[in-house]
Design a protein around this ligand. Structure first.
Ligand code: B12
Ligand code: SF4
Length: 469
């Protein structure tokens, strides 16, 4: 069968100038190719599809031309994060309008959480795959190829029966990720992802051009209240073998002459021996690379030995997930189980690597936040010796406990938020916004704090703080 995977454009991508090859679609394409299918990937996030004068028209035309040319039997749209759903829906509607008989399947975090609602409200979408998709997508294709359409047997799958959505929950996850083939790199042109990287941190002065995502493990055993990762990747951390991971890096290194990578794991360093062995093998094979950890590392998993290994293997930029300066918010509310002492100890350790750029991640605006807890965060930000601080306003992503709490306790600033997940507001792309009103604070106090923090940042970086009204 012919399957066309489409990655919708992302508004956030343009603001951040962050473009990575789409791991999800490359993995799905790889298993389908092994199953004998013909697969094509259209990644509308690639800078080459950007048309500042008329972006929407450009995407629509490209999509329609690609479908006309490839004539797929099925179109699959990816939805990496909820903010992408509006673009996905627009493109799915266009596909359906022009190619009525080609079924559309979608997957990713958002369809995983809202499969039933999407099938109820979006007639252009035929099916949704829930969670980790490699096994389910093969089951789907095989059931169509064999003409049996035994949809009720597909794990993690949503479809319509007599016009009503039926959702088969996701129950099984791939036990040994080494059995998954490497991402189908041959289906993309890495050069399409090249951006101007001249300002990127590049202590080894290697060519960068773009960063290739590498996923060494799936899921994380923790359940931070603002995180929904486990809904896609399941409850258990499942590592690949270090050998398998380093063979993939080596493949990209040799085949594409590529030197820059991003480890995209949920929890890369959960098991010390896993991370250390990957680093040791990178060094042993003489792979001269630089890598980043954009999702941040869990501080509790770090010590001098792991950091030494990561830096020796090529880590040049990392993020530390601190989240809050208040012990109460960080541990009792967010469930990080992370002491202040450990934070300062790890931050101090990172300072010994002169080429390591360290970003500290913080979140503000949890429902239990008070002026005092925010001051704790402010003071830690002021005090902490890192290269950069990113302070995000809490976004109650669907599926998270903080979202459920905000909904049940009427804390959502805009109570219509639930519908917005479906109807297409670009809800998750405005990080200057506050979505939750804390129990004991007024919104104006949160905004005041945000402005106070932005002024601090302006003083520290010498740039004018943005502030919000
Ligand atoms: C890597 C990652 C990133 C990378 C993305 C790199 C890339 N390639 O584009 C970076 C660092 C850029 C990033 C940024 C952000 N991210 Co992020 N990210 C992740 C992370 C940790 C892993 C995603 C991943 O690559 N997984 C591995 C692949 C193989 O799995 P997958 O993508 O889920 O795909 C599988 C299934 O979903 C399914 N599937 C997926 N698509 C399709 C399509 C079809 C047709 C089918 C059948 C199946 C299917 O099958 C795939 C294979 O198993 C997830 C957490 C998680 N584990 O899901 C968060 C996550 C997706 N990110 C999240 C968020 C919030 C963001 C940001 C908005 C953060 C921010 N505040 O700025 C930004 C915005 C992204 C952007 N710029 O557009 C949230 C999303 C929550 C939500 N409901 O929206 C998540 C779930 C983390 C969380 N804490 O809850 N992120
Ligand atoms: S440690 Fe990270 S990946 Fe794990 S639950 Fe917390 S935020 Fe999610």
């Amino acid at each position: 069968m012919k399957i066309l995977f489409v990655n919708p454009p992302s508004p956030v991508t343009y603001y951040n100038k962050e473009v990575y090859p789409p791991s999800s679609l490359l993995y799905l394409a790889a298993v389908l190719k092994n199953n004998g299918e013909e697969v094509r990937i259209l990644d509308l996030k690639c800078p080459k599809y950007e048309n500042k004068d008329n972006p929407q028209k450009n995407y629509e035309d490209t999509l329609i031309n690609t479908i006309s040319d490839f004539q797929p039997d099925i179109i699959g749209f990816g939805c990496l994060f909820s903010g992408n759903f509006p673009e996905l829906l627009k493109l799915a509607n266009i596909s359906k309008k022009n190619f009525r008989d080609i079924p559309i399947v979608i997957g990713g975090i958002h369809p995983t959480i809202y499969a039933a609602e999407i099938l109820k409200n979006c007639p252009s979408i035929d099916w949704a795959i829930l969670g980790e998709g490699e096994e389910s997508v093969v089951q789907l294709i095989n059931s169509i190829k064999s003409d049996t359409y035994k949809f009720e047997k597909i794990d993690g799958f949503a479809y319509r029966k007599n016009e009503k959505p039926i959702v088969n929950l996701k129950t099984s996850f791939i036990k040994n990720p080494d059995t998954i083939p490497f991402p189908a790199y041959d289906l993309i042109d890495l050069k399409d992802y090249y951006v101007d990287t001249s300002a990127w941190h590049n202590p080894k002065k290697l060519p960068i051009n773009t960063s290739v995502p590498i996923i060494t493990s799936r899921s994380c055993p923790n359940r931070c209240r603002f995180c929904s990762m486990y809904m896609v990747m399941g409850p258990h951390w499942r590592p690949r073998s270090p050998k398998n991971v380093v063979e993939e890096i080596e493949f990209v290194y040799n085949k594409y002459n590529h030197r820059h990578f991003s480890f995209m794991d949920d929890n890369l360093t959960l098991k010390k021996s896993h991370a250390m062995e990957i680093c040791n093998q990178i060094i042993k094979k003489n792979l001269t690379i630089q890598f980043e950890t954009p999702n941040g590392l869990a501080i509790n998993t770090l010590d001098e030995e792991v950091l030494d290994a990561l830096v020796a293997a090529g880590m040049v930029r990392t993020g530390l997930a601190i989240e809050s300066g208040s012990d109460f918010i960080r541990n009792k509310i967010m469930r990080k189980n992370l002491s202040k002492e450990k934070i300062y100890q790890v931050v101090d350790l990172t300072r010994k690597y002169k080429d390591l750029f360290v970003t500290a991640f913080f979140i503000m605006g949890m429902p239990e936040e008070t002026k005092e807890t925010l001051m704790d965060t402010y003071n830690m930000i002021k005090d902490i010796n890192v290269n950069k601080v990113i302070l995000m306003n809490i976004v109650p992503f669907p599926g998270t406990e903080v979202f459920k709490q905000a909904l049940s306790d009427n804390l959502l600033v805009d109570p219509d938020i639930k519908n917005m997940y479906l109807t297409g507001e670009r809800y998750f792309t405005n990080y200057q916004k506050f979505f939750i009103k804390p129990y004991k604070m007024e919104l104006k106090d949160l905004i005041e704090f945000r402005n106070k923090y932005d002024r601090l940042r302006a003083e520290q970086t010498g740039t004018a703080g943005k502030g919000i009204k």
